[in-house]
Ligand binder design. Structure first.
Ligand code: ADP
Length: 595
């Protein structure tokens, strides 16, 4: 690989060869490859003047937009690396990440930067197109980087209570984007960018199309509903989409029209349900459905499997290593297991990360030299290699769990819970009432003389941890159950039913619209909701379930709430009021103008 082989260098080449080709659009702003390259150069010059160069960590706190794409590229062009931050994270979490990563400058949207409380001299507000068009076209100073330089630091849950920053080099992103392992991507393709930038799916969504001269279509909604995703796919002519497995299961259960429009759908993050995949392939036989497997440390996709209807009778394989990735199924002595048996999956090759930022011990524990192979990452996943080289996924060796596509170390949440004086012991597990849903569950033992309340604990935890790390279901126990070897019996805790899950007391008659809302909630939550004051989050709701309810209400009543409205008005009564207003407004429209 030559030093020019970085994503910014590939984009610069497309800008020379096909300057007028569409590079990025969010529906309002449209950037051709030439415009993208120019905007990048202008912003890179500004960044260089602000002291950004090789080794500089630059935060990014920006709504999904074309300017976000320009900003990432400009940081790379100036020689720095990007630390994506999620605007939805609580302030202390953002502070913890920027401090750990040594961020001195954060680029982003004015309101988000102010909300995060970052000192003004450490921020730079981005213009609509990513760079001020008035800025001079001076390119001196922009340095560019080689494949070994760090491109991204992506934070993921850490078992000891601190999130860990995964250092992804440029070369790994080039391998992911230029050798996509059977996924066809050419200049005519459009890939939807709808993930959050802190999530590694966005590495593929953004840079795979741009490395190959295709276009990125930016979904403008903060947290798109299923309906908004389908509408984005239709209006932008999206050909290729990446979905978390949880969201795929949700859309598959509804036979979403989205499957009828796409050519390629890559699904990943958790084990793929054969029933859901089979039903989609039967209804949409032309769809190229791909099961994508891989941890953040392996740069989005380690292996890929094109799902065939014949695969859908049992567990769906995770496929063969993609591009320059290599996989090894090893025993505890780092020797290959007997063919056809389960072992731990190690990942080597061109896509693996450089390790964890500021965590030499953790890096040494997870990234090791494997004889005859070189540096490899210990995934913690169990796998079996079939005689044809295709891998099957067999669960985890540790407690790490996935909830709605989010990777969670229960230890991180337990650590945060144990900071509260009223909690003596805590264990966090996942309960799965159904295949398509999972609830992060906190089992806590109160300190003597205290009576902790789930709502208060949840609220206090939400002040420090991102929403996906805050348990949605709570159980207070006198003691944690132990296995015969004296460890916390997580399996027993995960299969226990929630004692709080009994029917809620009915405290008022519901209006017909409130009843419709309560019914939709009950279906999504799997428990009866009977009061207008019921609060969605307190009832165990979360963003994916919110999407279900929004979809149901649209089908039942013909009006759509945005996810922001839904979560901003979390009670049955408040949502019913909003819906009633929308229904009245729709009625008041002159005939024919209602849609
Ligand atoms: P991502 O969710 O983007 O795949 P994470 O680093 O958040 O990456 O999570 C990686 C873990 O998710 C893997 O180690 C594995 O346990 C699980 N995982 C990812 N993809 C799959 C898949 N297709 N099938 C089963 N498990 C998967």
């Amino acid at each position: 690989m030559s030093a020019a082989d970085t994503v910014p260098a590939l984009i610069a080449r497309h800008a020379e060869e096909r300057p007028q080709a569409l590079a990025v659009t969010d529906g309002t702003t449209v950037l051709t490859y030439r415009e993208l390259a120019d905007a990048t150069e202008r912003l890179a010059t500004v960044l260089t003047a602000r002291g950004i160069g090789p080794g500089s960590a630059v935060g990014l706190l920006c709504a999904r937009s074309t300017r976000l794409v320009v900003a990432q590229l400009a940081v790379w062009r100036a020689g720095g690396h990007v630390v994506p931050l999620d605007p939805a994270y609580p302030r202390p979490r953002i502070a913890e990440m920027t401090e750990d990563a040594g961020v001195r400058l954060t680029l982003g949207d004015k309101a988000l930067l102010a909300e995060a409380g970052l000192p003004e001299e450490q921020t730079l507000v981005l213009a609509e197109r990513g760079a001020d068009d008035d800025l001079e076209d001076v390119v001196a100073g922009a340095v560019g980087v080689g494949p070994a330089a760090t491109a991204l630091v992506l934070y993921t849950s850490g078992s000891t209570g601190r999130p860990k920053g995964v250092r992804i080099p440029h070369g790994a992103i080039v391998d992911l984007t230029t050798a996509p392992g059977g996924i066809t991507l050419g200049p005519r393709d459009r890939v939807l960018f709808h993930s959050t930038v802190t999530f590694d799916a966005s590495t593929f969504e953004l840079w795979a199309p741009l490395a190959r001269g295709a276009a990125v279509a930016v979904s403008p909604a903060d947290r798109p509903t299923a309906e908004e995703l389908a509408a984005d796919v239709e209006r932008f002519g999206v050909t290729t989409l990446v979905l978390t497995t949880a969201l795929f299961h949700h859309l598959a259960a509804r036979q979403s029209r989205i499957f009828g429009v796409l050519r390629t759908l890559i699904v990943g993050g958790e084990a793929l349900s054969p029933d859901h995949a089979g039903a989609v392939l039967r209804a949409f036989p032309w769809l190229e459905l791909v099961n994508g497997y891989g941890p953040t440390e392996g740069t989005t996709f380690t292996s890929l499997h094109r799902v065939d209807p014949a695969d859908c009778t049992g567990p769906i394989p995770i496929g063969r290593p993609a591009g320059g990735a290599r996989t090894l199924v090893l025993d505890e002595h780092l020797a290959p297991v007997r063919p056809g048996t389960v072992g731990e999956l190690w990942i080597a090759g061109a896509r693996i990360a450089d390790g964890y930022l500021n965590r030499p011990e953790l890096t040494a524990e997870r990234f090791r030299e494997v004889p005859g192979v070189g540096r490899a990452y210990r995934s913690g996943d169990l796998a079996l290699e079939r005689p044809d080289g295709v891998l099957e996924f067999h669960g985890r060796v540790d407690d790490q769990v996935k909830v709605r596509g989010f990777r969670i170390e229960p230890g991180e949440v337990e650590h945060a819970l144990l900071q509260f004086p009223e909690i003596a012991e805590a264990a966090v597990v996942v309960r799965r009432p159904g295949l398509a849903d999972a609830a992060l569950t906190a089992c806590v033992v109160p300190a003597e003389g205290t009576r902790p309340h789930a709502d208060t604990l949840r609220a206090r935890l939400a002040e420090r941890l991102p929403a996906h790390l805050v348990p949605t279901s709570w159980t207070v126990l006198a003691a944690l159950p132990l296995t015969t070897s004296g460890k916390v019996d997580r399996r027993a805790l995960a299969t226990d039913t929630d004692p709080d899950a009994g029917p809620a007391a009915r405290d008022a008659e519901l209006t017909p619209i409130q009843q419709a809302v309560a019914d939709a909630w009950s279906r999504a939550l799997g428990r009866p909701v009977t009061t207008p004051a019921a609060d969605f989050l307190a009832e165990g709701g979360h963003s994916l379930l919110a999407m279900w309810v929004v979809d149901d209400l649209r089908e039942d009543l013909g009006v759509e709430l945005s996810l922001a409205d839904f979560l901003g008005h979390p009670t049955v009564a408040a949502q019913a009021d909003l819906l009633e207003r929308s229904l009245r407004d729709a009625d008041a429209q002159p005939q024919g103008a209602a849609r």
